[in-house]
Design a protein around this ligand. Structure first.
Ligand SMILES: *Cc1c(COP(=O)(O)O)cnc(C)c1O
Length: 363
């Protein structure tokens, strides 16, 4: 069986060595040594000073929305994981869906301005598949209307544009370190912001607003990363570049087999961008089989591809009947969601498996 992804693991001994000290210190969570070390390593890697580790990416995003004290409408994309839309809704805001760019699958900046009203509180785009959004156009809109831009960068850890990390774009960004992501800490997430005041709020939100044993000036929840997860993050970060390089070989193999085949649209290569090779989406548009047929043929051979993202979040049952939740309003996103399939991709996916997958698709 070949799954769509497979978690990367550091050498077993390396992880054991990393956690050994916890048996002496007995400090298992609450911003311990591993947590502090990982935050410092991430500041260095991402080139961003203000960041807060979280239990997972979703809570990092909810805490960011809360730290910015957003009320009203947030312009976003329906071509994303449930988390993005749910975070907006759970924070008491209303998602307003813009359509996506058909090449990069990210929120199309050309549709943003017409959605802006006096209720608009923020723009929340997603770097889908690690493809960077049109960050310059979106920054210009944010500045023109004085609305913050917060990126869901869950897919974009390890992506750099001309040496600048994906964490650097917008007023804030969230990364997911879930087991299925390119870089992971089993479960985990990161909120990146630009100033110390927002960072203080994030740290309050993730630890009950507690400042000291007898001092609780802020209403917060709990979203702290524990030491075992931070240790996994420290180990995986050491191997990340090698991991991305191995993924690049798999991606190049897929491209060599599938590029130029009529009816197949592949992920774009973005100019000046170092990709993290997180996903290999293929859009079956005018191919001799539909996406669902390809999915079924692969499944017969125990190959699990994923309809990612399908369905769109604006067609989820939990939002049925809510005004503004209609995939017909985002026709490009609806078109892609019906045709896209992400193929299996992980660092040690064998070349012969890539060939087998491509053979099934092409034959
Ligand atoms: C994985 C993911 C999230 C949520 O991250 P978790 O760490 O699983 O909470 C949010 N948005 C997108 C686009 C994701 O892929």
């Amino acid at each position: 069986m070949i799954n769509v992804t497979r978690s990367s693991m550091p050498p077993f001994e390396e992880y054991c060595e990393e956690i050994r000290g916890l048996w002496d210190s007995r400090w298992l969570t609450n911003m311990g040594e591993k947590h502090q070390k990982l935050e410092q390593a991430l500041r260095d890697y991402l080139g961003c000073g203000s960041l807060a580790l979280h239990t997972n990416g979703h809570l990092a995003l909810e805490n960011l929305l809360e730290a910015f004290e957003l009320k009203g409408e947030i312009i976003t994309t329906p071509f994303t994981f449930a988390s993005t839309t749910h975070a907006i809704t759970r924070c008491g805001c209303t998602p307003v869906f813009g359509d996506i760019d058909p090449e990069s699958f990210t929120l199309d900046p050309r549709g943003i301005e017409e959605k802006i009203t006096e209720k608009t509180a923020a723009i929340l785009p997603v770097h889908v598949y690690g493809n960077l959004c049109d960050v310059d156009a979106i920054a210009a809109i944010g500045e023109k209307y004085h609305i913050p831009v917060i990126y869901d960068a869950a897919h974009a850890f390890g992506v750099f544009r001309r040496g600048v990390s994906a964490a650097s774009f917008g007023d804030a960004a969230m990364f997911s370190f879930h087991a299925t992501k390119v870089f992971h800490s089993i479960e985990g997430g990161l909120a990146v912001c630009r100033d110390e005041e927002t960072l203080r709020r994030l740290n309050d939100l993730k630890n009950f607003g507690i400042h000291g044993p007898e001092e609780v000036p802020y209403v917060g929840g709990n979203a702290k990363m524990n030491e075992f997860c931070a240790a996994m993050g420290l180990c995986n970060l050491r191997h990340l570049e090698q991991e991305i390089e191995k993924r690049r070989h798999v991606v190049e193999h897929y491209r060599a087999r599938l590029e130029g085949v009529p009816g197949l649209q592949l992920n774009p290569v973005q100019e000046g961008v170092r990709s993290n090779n997180a996903y290999f989406p293929v859009v079956f548009d005018g191919f001799r089989m539909t996406r669902d047929e390809v999915f079924a043929r692969l499944a017969e051979q125990k190959i699990n591809a994923r309809k990612y993202f399908y369905p769109l979040t604006n067609s989820f049952a939990c939002y049925a009947g809510k005004p503004g939740f209609d995939p017909a309003d985002t026709p490009v996103a609806a078109h892609v969601a019906d045709r896209v399939l992400t193929l299996p991709l992980y660092a040690d996916l064998a070349g012969e498996d890539v060939d087998r997958i491509c053979d099934i698709i092409l034959k």
